[in-house]
Design a protein around this ligand. Sequence first.
Ligand code: FAD
Ligand code: PHE
Length: 525
Amino acid sequence: MAAEISRRTLVELIGRIGGAATVYSALNMAGLLVAPTAYAAPPALKPGSGNGKRVAILGAGIAGLTAVYCLGKAGYQCTILEARSRSGGRVWTIRAGDQITETDSTQHVEWQSDRDIYFNAGAARISSHHQGILGYCRELGVPLEVFVNENRTALVQFDSQFGGKPQTVRRLTADLRGAIAALAAKSTPNDEVVQTVLRIFGDLGRDLTYAGSPRAGYGAGDDVPGAANRRGRLQPPLPLDEIAGPEAIRMALALCFAEAWQQSPTMLQPVGGMDAIIRAFDRAVGSVIRHNEEVMRIERIGEGARVISFDRTSGRRSALDADFVICTIPLSVLEHIPADFDPAVTYAISVGAKLYFPAVKVAFEAPRRWWEIDQQLYGGISWTGRDITQIWYPSHGFNGEKGVLVGAYIWSHDPARRFTAMTPAERHAAAISDGERLHPGYGRLVGPAASVAWAKIPYSLGAWIEWETISGARQAEYPILLAGDGPFYFAGEHMSYVTAWQEDAVQSAHYTVSQIAERVEKNRP
Ligand code: FAD
Ligand code: PHE
């Protein structure tokens, strides 16, 4: 009940400020929309049960790779058609020397770092309860390490608060808790147990007031405890009415981010970049993937299907006949491909296609890991009210020489649209200017940039779907796609109630594989 009330209050507050799209984004980001599910086990298909049935899988992202891995083991005859020269789709790790092609620009990544220093432009972190994708990491031998999603030394900055000066997450969190605990303690004068809990919770004094805490950290120089006579001196608490100033809601969302079900410790990442998962799948499924093969047309032939594709290297067109088609192409791309779908399906695709969020990431190489050396920032995220939204300090390569910072990760609609409309050079300059608010002198501290505006990336045309952006789409159009259409099945990140995670793509592929297996079983002569 308490969670319901606070969620409703939050929805109303955010809605008043920014409208429906903002509500969905903020709640999704805060992890409050998600209905937890424990399902992660791959469907148990009997070896040979596929009996040579032909399956065309469109797209070699996580969903397509998962589907082919499951079906191949059960004796289905699978082929994946993948338009890009690489597998992985929205799992895309960028390194020195790579090229980033958007619909209207090309960037050459002019970094000097070795290939073990990287930028995960799409998927970057994995929740510890994402047992579907983690299960494949285990099975395929992909080593994992901790992804630092929250760092108390990281900063939060809003122009309208504290004179625009960044404050540490540590200090804001401790002082906010202290102030709230002191208020609560006043309203429970006769309950000693509750007061004791509040005293511990907020680090209150004996008189149940809050006068600062070591949890908030210390200032600098002699104020920091050390050897000999350096006892340390507490900082005065930041006033509650200033923490809860003009940007109170965004401040609260930033401070609570890593409380979310999907974002809380322990978070994980593959060692060496997220594409380690893709390389492992590629090795496991072998030659069934045809890269550079762009699907141009999807036809219905009797009970089955024919997929017409175009080889982007040779220019040759070919046709692939199949008993079933698993289409994992994002709806934003699929709506442009002529297909013999039922009109209700075509309409559902066109509705879903409009619901993709245009996230943007910018990364900078830095010749020196100044965030570690000068600011004791080892991984984690700083937040700002400026368009860049966040700066991520890498969770890999600690104490190394160079590093790659994520200098912007934008997932609010208006800033994302502004950054998407810019040229890469303009984006990089804007990211530096915003970053200066968190780290004065930033422009001199970072080197060459690389950025990805997902709405402009061919074969993706968006970052992830947000079904709830249009009222009713989840109830009306989503079930039509989920049911499939004769030989056609739809799988991928968009066919899930979670969305924006690899785990959705895995679970959705499992669901589709089960649908096909049940049908084959039922029709077995
Ligand atoms: P895709 O990866 O999009 O695969 C679809 C495939 O279809 C692509 O390979 C594409 O090239 C191919 N294709 C498209 N058109 C054609 C065509 N005409 N012919 C042939 N092939 C075609 N997930 C996490 O787990 N953790 C994160 O931290 C995280 N962060 C993210 C941040 C960003 C910015 C983005 C964009 C995504 C993030 N995700 C994250 C989500 C995750 O990346 C996706 O949910 C998942 O990778 C989607 O997999 P998919 O197979 O459904 O789709
Ligand atoms: N899964 C993506 C990420 O973790 C997108 C997302 C961001 C989803 C924030 C929820 C909250 O970056």
